[in-house]
Design a protein around this ligand. Structure first.
Ligand SMILES: Nc1ncnc2c1ncn2[C@@H]1O[C@H](COP(=O)(O)OP(=O)(O)OP(=O)(O)O)[C@@H](O)[C@H]1O
Ligand SMILES: O=C(O)[C@H](O)COP(=O)(O)O
Length: 464
C-alpha cells in the first residue's frame, strides 16, 4: 500500500492540522521532501530519530531539544502511529583509538525517558541488549518483539532504544552497519527524521532511509525553513564559532568564512587558529589539527575577516579554576615556538576592545555556535559575549548548538526566555548542522535530507 495519505478533497495540501497556506514558511521547503503530515501512520510502528543529545554525566542539561520534538510525537500518536524513539548521546566511539565505550552512567538515554514519562504521563520501555567490551551493542535481539507487541497493543506508550552510538553498526560503514540498519528497519514500518542536529550520515540518520518509507518531522521542517535566513543573511553578517568539535567543524567553517563579513572564533577552534597563525604551541592542540587551520590563516591574510579576541585565559589544569593556576594572557605576546598550557577561555575584556565592539554592534545578522570556554568553570567569556550580542537590538540573532543553547540558558536565564519569544532571535537545535548547510549552500543537500528526498522518489512521493 502507498505510504502516503492522499490530500483529502477540500482540505489543504498538508491540511491535517494547519490549513494550506498558513504553515509558516512552508513554501520554503523543497517540494520533494516527504513530510510527516503526509505519512500514513495508522497502526504503523514509527521509528523516530530525534536529537535528544542533552545528557552530560547522567543529567539533562537543557530540555530544549526534547521539547521541540513533542509536537512530532503528539502528531504520530494522535494519527495512530506507535513510536520507537532513538537518539545518540555524546560521542562514545573514539575515531582515533577505534574503541566504543558504553558509559552506562554517563551517556544513557534513561534521564530523557524519565523526563518524557513525567512530561507526557505515558510509559516508555527501554529494551536491554547485550554489550560487548570496547565494541558496544552488536545486535538488536529478538527480545524486542515482546515490547513491540505491547506497543502495538497500547500497553506501553512508546519504546526508547539505547543510545544509537552504543551500537557497533551506527558509525560503521561496512557489514556491521548493514546488519544494524536491517535490524532497525525490521522493527518498524515507517521512519521519521526529526534530528536536524545530527547531520552525520550514520545508520540511524541516513542508511535507514534505504529500507523504510521516510519523512521529515515537524521540528526538522522548521529548522530547514529558518536556516535559509542564514543562507541569505542581511549584511553585515557576523558568525561566532567556538566550542570543541574541531574535526566536524573545521571543513564547514572554511565555507562559512566565505559567506561572512566578520568571523569571531573561540574555544578549541580559536586555539588551533592561534597555533597556526602565530606558531605558538598550546597544550592539547594537535599538529594534525593545526595543519587543517593553515588555509584559514592564509585566506585571512588577504581578506581580514577574522576579528581576533586579544586576551585569552591560560590554565595549568582542565579540572577546575584554581587561584594561581590560571591567568589572562595577551596574544600580542605570542612569538613562534612559545609554549602555553591549556587555553580555556577568552577573557571577557576582549569584548571591550573597540574593533570587537564594532564588529558586533554593526552586524545585521549574527550566527552564534559558540561556547567560548571550557565549561563549567570557564564561563566568563561566554557570559560577556551573550551580553554584547543582545546589546545589538537591531540584528537578527541565531543561536545554534546543543551546548551553545544550554550555556546560554544557564548563564542568562532571563535573556534565554526572552530569546525564545523574540522575533529577533531564533534557536537552532544544531550548530554544526548550520555550518554544514552553509558548506553545502542548500539545506536540502544535507546528507540526511538528501536521503529523505531520495526515499520519496523511491516510494513515489507526490507533493501535489
Ligand atoms: N578552550 C576550550 N577547551 C576545551 N573545551 C572547550 C573550550 N572552549 C569550549 N569548550 C567546550 O566546548 C563544548 C561545546 O562545543 P560543541 O562544539 O559541542 O558546541 P555545541 O554548541 O554543542 O554545537 P553542536 O551542536 O554543533 O555540537 C563545551 O562543552 C565546552 O566546555
Ligand atoms: O550536539 C550536537 O551537535 C548534535 O547532537 C550532533 O552531535 P555530533 O556532532 O556528535 O554528531
Amino acid at each position: 500500500m502507498a505510504p502516503y495519505v492522499p490530500y483529502p478533497p477540500g482540505l489543504g495540501k498538508v491540511g491535517y492540522t494547519v490549513p494550506e497556506g498558513q504553515e509558516d514558511g512552508h513554501e520554503l521547503l523543497d517540494p520533494r521532501l516527504p513530510l510527516l503530515q503526509r505519512a500514513d501512520l495508522k497502526d504503523k510502528v514509527v521509528l523516530l530519530r530525534v536529537d535528544h543529545n542533552v545528557v552530560k554525566k547522567g543529567k539533562i542539561m537543557d530540555q530544549y531539544r526534547i521539547e521541540v520534538t513533542l509536537a512530532t510525537m503528539y502528531n504520530i500518536i494522535e494519527r495512530g502511529g506507535r513510536p520507537i524513539i532513538m537518539t545518540h548521546i555524546g560521542r562514545p566511539y573514539d575515531k582515533k583509538t577505534k574503541i566504543l565505550s558504553v558509559k552506562l552512567e554517563d551517556e544513557s538515554i534513561e534521564p530523557v525517558v524519565a523526563y518524557l514519562q513525567r512530561k507526557l504521563r505515558i510509559k516508555f520501555a527501554i529494551p536491554l541488549f547485550h554489550v560487548t567490551d570496547n565494541e558496544g551493542i552488536q545486535d538488536i535481539d529478538t527480545s524486542i518483539n515482546w515490547l513491540i507487541n505491547d506497543l502495538r497493543a497500547c500497553k506501553i506508550g512508546g519504546i526508547y532504544l539505547p543510545n544509537t552510538r552504543w551500537f557497533a553498526g551506527e558509525e560503521d560503514k561496512g557489514e556491521k552497519m548493514e546488519r544494524f540498519v536491517v535490524q532497525l528497519a525490521g522493527v518498524a514500518d515507517v521512519f521519521v527524521n526529526e534530528a536536524f542536529g545530527s547531520w552525520q550520515p550514520h545508520a540511524s540518520t541516513y542508511y535507514i532511509t534505504k529500507y523504510l518509507p521516510s519523512y521529515a518531522g515537524l521540528c526538522m521542517q522548521s529548522e530547514l525553513i529558518h536556516v535559509q535566513e542564514i543562507l541569505n543573511p542581511k549584511q553585515p553578517f557576523l558568525a561566532i564559532v567556538a566550542g570543541a568539535k574541531y574535526d566536524t567543524k573545521i571543513g564547514p567553517l572554511k565555507a562559512m568564512y566565505k559567506k561572512v563579513d566578520k568571523l569571531i572564533l573561540g574555544g578549541v577552534v580559536y586555539n588551533t587558529f592561534l597555533c597556526a597563525k602565530y606558531g605558538v604551541k598550546i597544550e592539547g592542540v594537535e599538529d594534525s589539527d593545526i595543519a587543517l587551520a593553515k588555509d584559514l590563516v592564509e585566506q585571512d591574510k588577504v581578506e581580514h575577516k577574522i576579528v581576533e579576541l586579544p586576551f585569552v585565559v591560560e590554565s595549568e589544569t582542565l579540572e577546575a579554576r584554581i587561584e594561581g593556576k590560571y591567568r589572562t594572557i595577551s596574544i600580542k605576546d605570542f612569538t613562534p615556538g612559545k609554549e602555553y598550557s591549556y587555553i580555556v577561555d577568552v577573557d571577557p575584556s576582549s569584548f571591550d576592545e573597540p574593533h570587537v565592539v564594532e564588529a558586533i554592534d554593526l552586524s545585521k545578522t549574527i550566527f552564534v555556535n559558540a561556547v567560548m570556554g571550557l565549561m563549567p568553570h570557564f564561563w566568563h567569556g561566554t557570559y560577556k559575549m551573550d551580553e554584547m550580542i543582545d546589546h545589538n537590538r537591531g540584528a537578527q540573532k541565531f543561536f545554534g548548538g546543543g551546548d551553545t543553547l544550554q550555556e546560554f540558558k544557564s548563564l542568562h536565564p532571563g535573556l534565554y526566555q526572552k530569546a525564545l519569544e523574540s522575533p529577533k532571535y531564533y534557536l537552532f537545535t544544531g550548530g554544526g548542522t548550520v555550518l554544514k548547510v552553509i558548506e553545502e549552500g542548500d539545506p536540502f543537500a544535507l546528507p540526511t535530507i538528501k536521503a529523505l528526498i531520495e526515499n520519496g522518489k523511491q516510494y513515489g512521493y507526490n507533493p501535489q
